[in-house]
Design a protein around this ligand. Structure first.
Ligand code: SF4
Ligand code: SF4
Length: 459
């Protein structure tokens, strides 16, 4: 018997998987996926149509699952209002979980053709490091967790800064973890081990396609090629160090990706790295020379899913399930910021070389009127400023898209998910199913292996 009144969440996407007679329900409000087998499909549709149905035991069983996964919600619950409140809270109320992106330097040893950053030399001075540590110690509310992303320029050009700051973060009782965005050229086996000691457990490294394409677009300063060096470093890196390869894609390299996977295989990286694709985005004037080649929105969505399928089929991972979020990034989160070597603080990674966009000056412990205006611009932004976003069924997993782009265009910056949500969920589902099948296969093989299997191996 179902007592209370329930309604369908406005953020449910239904996907029929005809090949297995399965219904998938993606509950965007909680970012959950419910797999409904054939026998329960009619009951599922009944509940989506009339969520208080309790005619059969199948309705009752599914009702419980649907409630737990936020496919159905209490009649009186206002999802939009809840999302608005959560968004405002994340934007204005600091929490005990602080995310800092720290650039030990803005210098870089690469000269990428589309890079939006200028590369001023200079490293973070001891005085600024001291101020960061003081800021973290005095943070209110008291910190439960500190998460640092090391960014640049190329952060590994200044490993000693990372070492000194980390040692001081680790000296406090706060839970501490870190990741790094690096071009991979300096990530030797020794450096990867050192980073693990420094609680850096994950790295993102960018490639631009197979060797010849990558080397023409991402040469080192002095025009030296970087592809083989990066792949060699990844192969030698400590196996406990998790590495994700981001592949920058535009119209000029979209067709050559199968070759990239051949080269990753040849370098022994199958099973070692996961790969995802990102469109090169023309954020600032510095990359305007590639604007015509960039793919965004629908055109990118059309390309992204086939590329992700290629990565999945080649054994380099599947996309994650779209995550339920209440804010987008550090730009619309109170407890998050970017700090550059001069001590200027920003709200967006793309601003790090533009002092006019800073929101605070840590070196002088001061916020100027211009900085106040900059901060207000970020705080005033939100998906609830836009009717399209308020009405959008993707809102809980998109939340208005990149605030930087959205502010520029005066409307939500729709994620490619707007155009390929179903494909992304299916790719995720397929990847999970394959993993499950291979785990089962391994279990069967282990059970069937002779007890003295090891002694049968050739010596
Ligand atoms: S505002 Fe956009 S570009 Fe800036 S950090 Fe957020 S998602 Fe990235
Ligand atoms: S930015 Fe686009 S996809 Fe995102 S919530 Fe707004 S309308 Fe939906």
């Amino acid at each position: 018997m179902i007592s209370s009144s329930w309604k369908k969440s406005r953020y449910v996407t239904a996907i029929e998987v005809e090949s297995t007679d399965t219904l998938l329900l993606f509950a965007g409000f909680a970012g959950r996926l419910v797999e409904v087998p054939k026998a329960y499909r009619q009951a599922a549709y009944d509940l989506l149509e009339a969520p208080n149905t309790s005619d059969t035991s199948r309705h009752i069983t599914l009702h419980k699952i649907f409630r737990e996964q936020a496919v159905i919600i209490p009649e009186e619950f206002d999802e939009l209002d809840y999302l608005r409140q959560q968004h405002e809270q994340a934007k204005f109320v600091p929490t005990g979980v602080l995310s800092l992106t720290i650039c030990p330097t803005l210098n870089c040893n690469f000269r990428c053709s589309y890079c939006y950053q200028h590369h001023p030399a200079g490293i973070m001075a001891q005085e600024i490091q001291d101020r960061i540590v003081r800021y973290v110690k005095g943070y209110s509310p008291p910190l439960e967790k500190l998460f640092v992303t090391w960014f640049g320029g190329e952060a590994l050009l200044e490993l000693p800064v990372i070492e000194r700051l980390t040692e001081r973060f680790l000296a406090s009782p706060t839970d501490y973890n870190a990741s790094i965005i690096t071009n991979g050229s300096l990530l030797s086996a020794k450096v990867s081990k050192r980073l693990l000691d420094l609680r850096v457990t994950w790295a993102q490294i960018t490639l631009d396609g197979p060797r010849e394409v990558h080397d023409s677009r991402r040469p080192m300063a002095g025009k030296h090629p970087s592809f083989d060096r990066i792949l060699g470093n990844i192969a030698e890196a400590d196996p406990n160090f998790t590495i994700t390869i981001r592949v920058n894609v535009d119209q000029r390299n979209v067709d050559v990706m199968p070759k990239l996977f051949d080269q990753l295989d040849n370098a022994g990286l199958l099973g070692r790295v996961t790969v995802y694709f990102a469109s090169v985005t023309p954020y600032t004037n510095v990359c305007a020379d590639v604007t015509d080649h960039c793919m965004t929105g629908q055109s990118w969505a059309r390309v992204e899913s086939p590329l992700q399928l290629l990565a999945l089929n080649r054994g380099y991972g599947e996309p994650g399930l779209p995550r339920a979020r209440r804010n987008v990034c550090l730009a619309d989160r109170a407890s998050a910021m970017v700090i550059v070597p001069s001590g200027l603080i920003f709200k967006c990674w793309n601003d790090v070389t533009d002092p006019s966009q800073a929101i605070f000056d840590l070196s002088r412990d001061k916020r100027t009127p211009t900085m106040e205006e900059n901060l207000t611009r970020w705080l005033d932004w939100g998906p609830f400023n836009f009717q399209d976003c308020e009405a959008c069924t993707l809102l809980p997993v998109c939340m208005g898209g990149c605030p930087h782009v959205s502010i520029g265009q005066g409307r939500g910056a729709c994620k490619e998910l707007k155009h390929n949500l179903k494909e992304t969920i299916l790719l995720h589902y397929l990847g999970q199913k394959r993993k499950q099948a291979s785990r089962q296969l391994v279990e069967i093989l282990e059970q069937r292996a002779p007890k003295n299997f090891d002694s049968l191996s050739p010596s």
